[in-house]
Design a binder for this molecule. Structure first.
Ligand code: GAL
Length: 368
């Protein structure tokens, strides 16, 4: 997806300007939403609670950014689906019935939500896919460069194995949810680095991204491969890395192999400090959430030039081609850059990370 995005980015501006109000053209019903003032409502649908990023960062940041862009008059109507597909469909239907001005949707299941996306479109409500690429006639997409996330994870794993890494090293892959298109891109990105360099001895797609499912899959991998024969574990996110570690410890493993992660969750960052997890991927939620809020407000208020400037990439979904998009760069988080990433962005304080159990480990990596 990233490669497509880069190759067509240059044409985005021209194409979009031709269809925008500034040049006097009118689009279809959703893209030609009438200019509104500041009394607007943004519908926000987020996918789950097990991963704390959504309630802790995405929602509050989008809410405050919408307020800031509308002289405190714009509102966010928020619903979290708690990983339940039918609940999310019902939540989206309610927002359509409530006639919100725009919907930001981070789907539990990118395919299963497409009917609701179509209904919103028919009701004249624009839809922006947030973080995960919802299928159906969406107006725009904002996310990270997900294939690059996978590449960064794969490269880090090889780096952790060091110069003696070879094709006989057995790796377990704990991938994300099969209904999340991001998970597929993380996996593809990681495999592009790992293929031919190590042996993928077992690989799982983890239902609903649940840590307990990752733990059960890891227990199975240990039984199959042998607890002392696993050179490293690719875990697609931090919460699942926690499940992987529980399974390894339950099997009596005392020296943990290198394990990857993603999301820079507080526990993930603490494990990185304490050498229990090799790395995480820091995705700046403020950058993603602010971009989403800016896109939503510009779209509702009919500020087409601003909207086009915010969406200079292009992506294709299985149903829709050339979706205007913004893809943000992720950063590998290791022991060496905790201060310049999550701390300097205000995600955590040193005090949050360096609780009494982590004081000594924090001191070793210069966090005091
Ligand atoms: C992905 C998202 C990650 C993480 C993961 C698990 O789609 O990009 O940041 O939240 O879901 O919930």
């Amino acid at each position: 997806m990233r490669r497509i995005a880069i190759s067509v980015a240059a044409t985005t501006m021209t194409l979009s300007l031709a269809g925008c109000g500034v040049l006097g053209a009118t689009g279809d019903s959703a893209s030609a939403s009438p200019s509104k003032g500041n009394d607007i409502t943004v519908g926000l649908l987020l996918p789950e609670k097990a991963n704390t990023r959504y309630d802790k960062f995405d929602y509050p940041i989008i809410k405050s950014q919408v307020a800031e862009l509308t002289q405190k008059r714009g509102k966010v109507e928020y619903a979290n689906a708690d990983a339940d597909v039918s609940q999310q469909n019902a939540q989206m239907q309610k927002m359509i019935d409530d006639k919100v001005d725009i919907i930001l949707i981070d789907p539990v299941d990118a395919h299963a939500i497409s009917g609701e996306v179509k209904k919103a479109k028919d009701a004249g409500i624009p839809v922006i896919a947030y973080d995960r690429l919802a299928e159906g006639p969406i107006d725009a997409y904002v996310s990270f460069d997900n294939e690059l996330v996978g590449e960064v994870q794969g490269r880090s794993l090889l780096e952790a194995l060091g110069s003696h890494a070879d094709t006989s090293d057995k790796i377990v892959m704990m991938n994300g949810s099969p209904t999340d298109p991001n998970a597929k891109q993380f996996k593809e990105g990681a495999l592009s680095e790992l293929n031919g360099k190590v042996t993928i001895a077992a690989s799982y797609d983890t239902v609903k991204w649940k840590p307990e499912n990752a733990q059960a899959n890891m227990a199975q991998a240990i039984a199959q491969i042998g607890k002392n024969n696993i050179a490293a574990v690719y875990s697609a996110n931090d919460d699942m890395a926690g499940g992987v570690i529980k399974a390894l410890e339950a099997a009596g493993v005392t020296t943990l192999p290198p394990i990857t992660g993603q999301d820079a969750s507080l526990e993930g960052v603490q494990r990185v400090v304490a050498d229990e997890q090799y790395m995480s991927v820091y995705k700046s939620y403020p950058d993603e959430a602010q971009a989403a809020a800016q896109m939503a407000v510009a779209k509702i208020q009919g500020k087409d030039i601003q909207f086009d400037a915010l969406t200079q990439d292009k992506v294709d979904s299985p149903t829709t081609k050339s979706i205007p998009a913004r893809l943000i760069q992720p950063v590998a988080l290791t022991k060496t850059n905790i201060r310049s990433t999550v701390i300097s962005d205000g995600i955590y304080t040193v005090g949050d990370i360096c609780t009494s159990a982590y004081k000594a480990a924090c001191a070793r990596v210069g966090l005091k």
